[in-house]
Design a binder for this molecule. Structure first.
Ligand code: NAP
Length: 293
């Protein structure tokens, strides 16, 4: 069994980006700039955004963090998005989700200029991805493709079972794995809450990608010998022995599943670190005007 080391892979990608930024700087070119909008004080969201900004600094990007209380109005937020759309210094920006209930998330996403939508959530980028046109790919599925590619895992003709159909992970993942090229060319099954006999499907899989948010959902009896298992799940479970009071658990019963796998991602240290690296990749592409010209 080989452990798919997301931390190491993420560092490699970030080092590649940092080298490119240094070269751009040396030539007097425009330094990529990422802006992040954070609403409220949710612990997870604050950590994610803080990490994103710190990563920008480390790899030589410019960054700005725009914070609002969770009482911010939809109008205020939409005005800020308009401003960021027009700000020539900002190459790409993200609005950290989830947003408070009184704000229409879809309206916010659709207000972002697709050219600056480095999360790849705008319907224009989703549509372009489906059509096989240049697009910003959502960071988590793009990170999983990087892991498969950098570990040279064969995907052609393989049966890939994706569990979970969110707009940010499961659905785009299923589309990308079914596309031509590498990684891709897989035969894909997409499972969700209404799937009858989930274990029947996962047992057929050469590659299982699970993004559900239910710790330990995938047990050893659900996995074929030699399968590749990618665990996107990150659920905070109470842990009194940690200073934070919690630890992260994946959707896979790692201890028992790992011994049956050819490759498996740990949680933490698997898919998670790649998400930030791919956000940085999208921001670099935005500053180089690679996607929309
Ligand atoms: P989500 O919006 O939370 O939706 C969960 C999905 O799982 C839904 O499609 C749901 O089906 C499906 N599901 C729930 N119970 C199921 C079951 N028993 N059997 C089969 N499918 C089931 O999904 P998400 O936003 O992709 O998040 C999933 C997990 O990934 C969470 O733990 C999240 O924290 C983690 N995550 C991690 C990263 C990272 O960077 N590592 C990034 C994003 C998400 P229905 O559609 O039928 O309701």
């Amino acid at each position: 069994m080989t452990l798919l080391d997301g931390k190491k892979t993420s560092e490699a990608i970030q080092n590649e980006i940092a080298a490119e930024v240094a070269a751009i700087k040396a030539k007097g070119g425009k330094i990529p700039h990422l802006a992040a909008v954070l609403v409220g004080n949710d612990g997870g969201s604050v950590t994610y955004v803080t990490n994103k900004v710190a990563t920008c600094e480390r790899i030589g990007f410019g960054s700005s963090l725009i914070r609002y209380e969770d009482t911010v109005t939809e109008e205020e937020l939409l005005n800020k998005i308009k401003e960021l759309n027009e700000d020539e210094e900002v190459d790409g920006f993200i609005v950290q989700l989830p947003l408070p209930k009184h704000i229409d998330t879809e309206k916010v996403i659709e207000a972002i200029d697709p050219k600056k939508d480095v999360d790849g959530f705008h319907p224009t980028n989703v549509g372009r991805m489906v059509a096989g046109l240049p697009a910003y790919l959502p960071a988590t599925p793009a990170g999983i493709l990087q892991l498969l590619q950098r570990y040279e895992i064969d995907t052609k003709g393989k049966h890939c079972v994706v569990v979970g159909r969110s707009n940010i992970v499961g659905t785009p993942m299923s589309i990308l794995m079914a596309k031509g090229g590498y990684p891709g060319n897989a035969t894909v099954t997409l499972c969700h809450r209404n799937t009858v006999d989930l274990a029947y499907h996962t047992r057929q899989a050469d590659i299982i990608i699970v993004a559900v948010g239910q710790p330990g959902l995938i047990t050893a009896d659900m996995v074929k010998e030699g399968a590749v298992v990618i665990d996107v799940g990150t659920t905070r479970v109470p842990d009194a022995s940690r200073k934070s009071g919690f630890r992260l658990r994946g959707d896979v019963d790692f201890d028992n599943v790992a011994e049956k796998c050819s490759y498996i991602t740990p949680v933490p240290g698997g898919v998670g670190p790649l998400t930030i690296a791919m956000l940085m990749t999208n921001t670099l592409r935005a500053s180089k005007k690679e996607v929309y010209g």
